[in-house]
Design a protein around this ligand. Structure first.
Ligand SMILES: [Zn+2]
Ligand SMILES: [Zn+2]
Length: 182
């Protein structure tokens, strides 16, 4: 099975080289994204995302939005957004339109949380040191996200559970991974 997947990936890589020279990078990304949907092969990791809060006052534009999303079950996230925070990594290249209606709350020494001050929509979690944005997947109205990771699972209350097959990490595992990468 792995051999078959690798073979398909190799053919796709060759095709991408040819098509990529004909199309711009954005077109190529869109092509890859469509291929990943139709063939079930995840060849792309990013696409352009644009989402708005409930009232429309704040728009988040993320040219490098990941196509995978994660859920954080920590108590801070659950209090902040009325449930587990479903987040999609968008890197540091994020544009926010409607700054006048944006409020940013420092929830820790290392991170901020942005929300619309008019409608209260939870918009993003931002790491201060690296300017990395993790944007609420729910503002994008994207249906093709792949939900593949749950974090702070030891802080998840027992009264709800996702049935999605995901990688799961406890708070200790997250902190170990974070400290080993810095
Ligand atoms: Zn709003
Ligand atoms: Zn959290």
């Amino acid at each position: 099975m792995i051999m078959i997947v690798m073979h398909s990936a190799m053919i796709l890589t060759m095709a991408i080289g040819i098509i990529g020279s004909c199309l711009g990078m954005d077109s190529l990304r869109n092509f890859l994204y469509d291929m990943s949907k139709t063939k079930g092969v995840i060849m792309t990791k990013h696409k352009k995302g644009q989402g708005t809060c409930l009232c429309g006052a704040v728009t988040v534009i993320a040219p490098e939005m990941k196509t995978t999303l994660s859920a954080c079950h920590c108590g801070t996230c659950r209090t902040w957004c009325a449930g587990p925070f479903l987040a999609v990594g968008c890197g540091s290249n994020v544009e926010i339109i409607g700054q006048d209606h944006l409020s940013v709350y420092s929830s820790s020494d290392w991170a901020q949380r942005g929300f619309c001050q008019r409608c209260g929509s939870s918009l993003f979690y931002r790491l201060k040191a690296t300017n990395q944005y993790f944007v609420s997947s729910e503002i994008f109205h994207e249906t093709a996200f792949a939900f593949d990771l749950q974090v702070f699972t030891d802080e998840k209350p027992t009264y709800y559970a996702f049935s999605n097959p995901t990688k799961n990490m406890t708070s200790d595992e997250v902190l170990a991974a974070f400290s080993s990468s810095t």
